[in-house]
Design a protein around this ligand. Sequence first.
Ligand SMILES: Cc1cc2nc3c(=O)[nH]c(=O)nc-3n(C[C@H](O)[C@H](O)[C@H](O)COP(=O)(O)OP(=O)(O)OC[C@H]3O[C@@H](n4cnc5c(N)ncnc54)[C@H](O)[C@@H]3O)c2cc1C
Length: 322
Amino acid sequence: MGNILIVAEIQKGKLREATLELASFANKVAGARGGEVKSLVIGSGIGELASELAGKGGGEVFAADDAALANYNVDAWTQAIRAGVEASGADLVLISNTPTGWDVAPRIGAALDAGFVSDCFNIEADDGLTLLRRIFNGKLDARIKVNADVVVATMQPGATAAYEGTSDGKVTDLSVDLSGVRSKFIEEKQAEATGVDLTKADIIVSGGRGLGAPEKFKEVIQPLAEALGGAMGASRPVVDAGWLDHPYQVGSSGQVVTPKLYIACGISGAIQHLVGMKGSNFIVAINKDADAPIFEVADVGIVADLFEVVPALTDAIKAAKG
Ligand SMILES: Cc1cc2nc3c(=O)[nH]c(=O)nc-3n(C[C@H](O)[C@H](O)[C@H](O)COP(=O)(O)OP(=O)(O)OC[C@H]3O[C@@H](n4cnc5c(N)ncnc54)[C@H](O)[C@@H]3O)c2cc1C
């Protein structure tokens, strides 16, 4: 049985939470089918982070530590991951379904002539390896068995909890041949700050496509958010349509939020949205479709027209506050 290789990501000098979630998946698979968990950390001056991962379920951690790897570069990462797969003896490579993962995972899949499955939310390993991903807008789960010697999978951030145990893996230096790298890093541009940080909000009132028009955020969602002293959030179609900027987006390709109170208005509850908010302490869902999946994670579900319920709620809160 081959080993499992986690490809770690570093964000703002720390291991990404999504990397520790990969450690959960990897340890689960190793427990069920055998093989060892190994990890790969890529960057410059990453010794401490590699040791941290070795202690948090990453098993033996290969550290590709090179000044030339200080900034993300897809060519260089492909080379590093190739070297990591070879050194680790992995037949399963786990990469987070993040912008970095979207960029590098298909390349490494092609470079290794591996089977590639993107955007998975679970892995089962009791009866061969089965990767689960949602299809048809979250309405069906596809269970995928890959007929290939090596499998590369990207896993949705937030689909499982971060690995909570401890481990005593060792760190092994990994040298990477970067001579064939054809692209070079020029500069990193930070997106303009909007002042919105939903990850710190205690209360979020989110609107979805059910709002029907951009001005409804101002007319319906914003007053409730203000009455509660909370922030506004949104589902992805709303952001894709340009009604709100990306920092407002909750979900797998937006923010993962854990407020005390999350109110979802006119949001169906597709898995990509749920992974971003299901960790909220208390969830209220308002949707006129009683079968909407959002109700499966809601503590309180209101089957009704949001244009009736939300203004009434706003008025009641304002009245209660005096
Ligand atoms: C790779 C990938 C990444 C993605 N990332 C994200 C992400 O980060 N975040 C995200 O949200 N989505 C994401 N999505 C999209 C996701 O799959 C869904 O398409 C999206 O979440 C649906 O948004 P919605 O619930 O607003 O719209 P819909 O699914 O169209 O739902 C609208 C809901 O509003 C209800 N409604 C309509 N009118 C009213 C009314 N008057 N009163 C009450 N209820 C009403 C309807 O019953 C319906 O349930 C991603 C998809 C992919 C493929």
